[in-house]
Design a protein around this ligand. Structure first.
Ligand code: ZN
Length: 260
């Protein structure tokens, strides 16, 4: 019998602090010192319940930047592909030392500068349009010349083959309004020719190197190089023409962002 005493004593020695700890723990419930809660699950453990992840859900990806093609009319015309070889000699108008492609490029670069600063991806395109070119907008820049040096002004048109005339008319109207406001030039709606409305880069049925029918598209004749005032504006203040065009582009994109 005696041999059991040490055994129970030993149990008591071990059990007493344990009981005290349990008693303390029970007493602590509701006391001023909260017991530590259950250990949180490891961060990477899959949650067993449908509770949403404690990590912030990623914000929705922003829309990709609008993508715009600005064509400097007649630039590198000689490199047109074989399907357009008949147009390789169409180098545009020339007045004095001013060649159309150079004037067109001077404005195109400035339009691109403004649009890039607004967060838009811009392609400055030569005469050759990439096959089935897709963008949120395509605009071809040109300048005119005429035998009457008094003839002044600009004109804007869309394609005869537009798949969405209302959309493209809206682009034309915005360009007209903003270009006129920025340059003060008159609009020549009555002198729009087939060369504009049936521009080769719009002719997606005939050419592979053309703008996709899903792409809003327009062409602008920015002024007459044969008119002193127009020539001065386009060569000495090309930033004014560029600002009008860029505003028209931005107005259109702002009102058709849901189309993308
Ligand atoms: Zn031209």
């Amino acid at each position: 019998m005696e041999s059991k005493a040490p055994f129970y004593t030993l149990i008591a020695i071990v059990a007493a602090p344990l009981a005290a700890a349990i008693a303390l723990g029970l007493a602590a419930v509701g006391g001023p010192t909260p017991m530590p809660g259950p250990t949180p699950p490891p961060i990477l453990a899959p949650s067993p319940d449908p509770t949403p992840s404690p990590f912030p859900s990623p914000t929705p990806a922003p829309l990709p930047a609008p993508h715009v093609g600005i064509q400097a009319g007649h630039w590198l015309t000689r490199y047109l592909p074989d399907e357009l070889s008949a147009l390789r000699t169409m180098v545009g108008v020339k007045v004095g030392d001013w060649e159309e492609a150079r004037v067109n490029m001077g404005v195109a670069e400035r339009v691109a500068d403004i649009l890039v600063r607004e967060g838009i991806d811009v392609d400055v395109l030569p005469a050759t349009v990439p096959e089935g070119y897709k963008a949120d907008l395509f605009l071809s820049l040109h300048t005119d010349a005429w035998k009457d040096p008094e003839m002044s002004g600009f004109k804007v048109a869309r394609s005869d083959w537009s798949r969405d005339p209302a959309r493209d008319d809206s682009l034309v109207q915005r360009l007209i309004g903003d270009y006129q406001a920025a340059t003060g030039l008159p609009e020549h709606r009555d002198t729009i020719t087939d060369n504009m409305t049936q521009y080769y880069a719009f002719d997606y049925k005939k050419y592979r190197h053309a703008v996709s029918p899903s792409t809003p598209a327009a062409i602008i004749e920015m002024g007459f190089l044969s008119n002193d005032g127009d020539l001065r504006l386009l060569t000495q203040q090309p930033e004014r023409a560029a600002l009008g065009i860029a505003r028209g582009v931005l107005d259109f994109l702002g009102n058709h962002s849901g189309d993308r």
